[in-house]
Design a protein around this ligand. Structure first.
Ligand code: NAD
Length: 286
């Protein structure tokens, strides 16, 4: 990264003061300074928190959501607080929309460095193999698996044109564990995200493009709380979480920031579990 002294010239500046100025400048600039980040599902939950955090860390953010109002609200909040953001309405299961959202990132901000393929759905009629309809299966796979595929399909060439970067695909802890309260389409879609992430990470590893999966545990966001809508249902889940609480969208955003930034420069093809210990547990504390 090019750094300039406050006067625009480094002549006459001592080494110590140069170093402290450099450190201060890098700190002030944030971990995503000079990066363009596209986040899908930016209108709510993890995507919204990630958009706000990435912007605070210096990124120019493309806030994508199928819900135009909430995506725009996130972008407005960023610009109101002095950051750079645009909102794009796109359905990630559509190839045309996915191509257009990436084009908009390049058009608005001149490139693309971070792609957070995070949008996802959990259908209320998703159950076991017998009860789940073909329509629910297709819809869920369309957004959760094909949506991530399309994000990579159009995002990778753009990131390559920008000289490299990081892709984060949101999977889930359910791709690691079976549940007796099944959501078979959702679980299968997240397994697909892990498999495609792993393979693309290997394909693009020597191009300076890192690709990792974020696997959140059960979170206190709209998506899960709509599904676990009674105390009894929530307790049935929490008994399996060693930490005894649901995770927060902000905690996922911080993990995504780590994967987006150079702090994770030697990490690719990883399944980054941020799950309160649920996948490590056999028996939880009382
Ligand atoms: N909440 C959890 O417990 C949990 C656990 C593990 C994984 N996840 C995953 O994390 C991701 C984000 O979940 P969340 O909890 O923040 O959900 P959320 O429902 O709060 O937010 C999801 C956002 O995605 C948008 N979206 C839905 N379909 C879209 C489409 N076709 N195109 C573009 N945008 C679309 C929604 O409008 C919404 O703004 C999802 O992939 C989800 O599967 C969530």
């Amino acid at each position: 990264m090019m750094l300039r002294s406050p006067t625009g010239s480094e002549s006459g500046t001592s080494t110590a003061s140069k170093r402290s100025f450099k450190m201060e400048t890098e700190e002030n600039m944030g971990r995503l300074a000079n990066r363009v980040a596209l986040i899908t599902g930016a209108g709510s939950g993890i995507g919204r928190e990630a958009a706000l955090l990435f912007a605070r860390e210096g990124a120019r953010v493309v806030c994508v959501d199928v819900d135009e109002a909430t995506g725009s609200a996130t972008a407005d909040e960023i610009t109101r607080t002095g950051g750079d953001a645009v909102a794009v309405r796109a359905d990630v299961s559509s190839a045309g929309d996915s191509a257009a959202m990436v084009q908009e990132a390049e058009h608005a901000f001149g490139g693309l460095h971070v792609m957070f393929n995070n949008a996802g759905i959990m259908h209320s009629d998703d159950g076991d193999a017998q009860s789940t309809s073909e329509e629910v299966w297709d819809l869920t796979m369309g957004v959760n698996a094909k949506g991530v595929f399309l994000g990579c399909k159009y995002g990778i060439p753009a990131i390559r044109r920008s000289g490299g970067g990081s892709i984060i695909n949101t999977a889930s802890f359910v791709a690691h564990l079976g549940a007796a309260t099944p959501q078979i389409a959702y679980t299968a879609s997240k397994g697909a995200v892990l498999a495609l992430t792993r393979e693309l990470a290997v394909v693009h590893a020597r191009e300076g493009i890192r690709i990792n999966a974020l696997c959140p545990g059960p979170l206190r966001t709209e998506l899960l709380m709509r599904f676990l809508d009674t105390d009894e249902k929530r307790e049935r889940r929490l008994v399996h979480v060693p930490m005894g609480r649901f995770g927060l969208a902000e905690e996922m955003a911080k993990s995504a920031l780590f994967l987006a930034s150079d702090d994770s420069s030697y990490i690719t093809g990883a399944e980054f579990l941020v799950d309160g210990g649920i996948t490590a547990a056999y028996v939880t504390p009382e």
